[in-house]
Structures are given as C-alpha cells and as structure tokens.
Design a protein around this ligand. Structure first.
Ligand code: ZN
Length: 185
C-alpha cells in the first residue's frame, strides 16, 4: 500500500476550473511537516523523480497532491536541494525580472518580478536545519516553490491583463505539453 501510494504520485496540472480537485489542492496553504521520517524521505525521492522526469528545476509537494511544506529544487549550476518547513527570513530591496514557467501550468511562461536575493531557513530530508542566502536563478526557483506552499501560482504575480491572456492559453497549451522541452518549476 505504502509503495503503491507513491507510485501513484503525479504532477497536478492547474485546470482553471472551480470543480477540479487538483486546482483546489494547488490553491490551499500547505501544513507543516511534524516529523522528518522515512515516509517524508520517500516523498522527497518521488518528488525528485517527477521533477527530473518533467525536466523541472523545482517541485513543491502541493503539486503532487500533498499539502505539506516540502519542496525540492535543482536549478541550473546548482545541486539538488530539499526544503522542509521553509521560512524566507529576508528578501532584498533589489528586484529582478525573470521568465517563469511551472510544471503545473504546462506551456505557460511569463516574466515575474521578485526580490533578487533571499535568505531562507529550512530542514533537509535528514532532519538537519540550514540557512541559505542566495541570488539569481536559485533565489527565483525557491520563491516560486515557496509560493506553492501558500497556494500561490506565478500567474498571480503578473498583472490582470497578462494573467487573463495566460489563462486563455491554458487549455490549448495543455495539449501540447508532451512535446515541450522547456524547463518549468
Ligand atoms: Zn510551479
């Protein structure tokens, strides 16, 4: 049962539809992990597999249907990282614009403005606490994934006109996703 449960895990695509159970999961705030145990480590392993399969640079637990405060990253030029119960404790005044995609919004891309640098505290899958101060792409990926734990998608961070255009493309783009090689998060 345990093993089968994880084999069934898959990335949820946002459908922009009130009735879609996946949309409800993606829009909820995730709860804290109480104990970093073997089940959590299995979850992390499976999330890594799914992120790599879809050529993503990050994946958050709500994207695979789990409302837990966990995300993983593998940004360009960086190692694989695990963040459990993360807290962004500082963001720079300086902001940056960068094009984002999302494994839950296949085929959609938009420039999003966010702080250039951040400091984050979290635990890894071994239960070790760490603090990380980063800039550039990794800071970007971390903020995108952190948003997923709050039920926020990158389309919420663009203006309404742009957002409506993106949502209009959603159904069309979903059909083409299998052929895309772009890297989302
Ligand atoms: Zn995403």
């Amino acid at each position: 049962m345990f093993f089968r449960y994880y084999l069934d895990m898959e990335v949820i695509h946002f459908a922009h539809c009130d009735d879609a159970p996946g949309d409800k999961t993606l829009r909820q705030k995730a709860g804290p992990v109480r104990d970093i145990n073997d089940k959590i480590r299995e979850t992390v392993t499976e999330m890594r597999r799914l992120m790599e399969k879809d050529k993503g640079v990050g994946l958050a637990a709500p994207q695979v249907g789990l409302l837990q405060r966990i995300f993983v990253t593998h940004a360009e030029g960086d190692q694989f990282r695990v963040f459990i119960n993360p807290a962004i404790i500082w963001t720079s005044q300086e902001q940056a614009k960068y094009e984002e995609g999302c494994l839950s919004l296949p085929g959609l891309w938009a420039e999003v403005i966010r702080p250039q640098s951040i400091r984050i505290q979290a635990w890894n899958e071994k239960g070790r606490a760490f603090t990380l101060e980063v800039s550039g792409i990794l800071a970007r990926v971390i903020q995108h994934e952190y948003d997923h734990l709050e039920g926020v998608l990158f389309i919420d961070r663009v203006n309404e006109v742009k957002r409506n255009k993106l949502l209009a493309k959603l159904g069309q783009a979903a059909k083409k996703v299998n052929k895309t090689t772009a890297r989302g998060a």
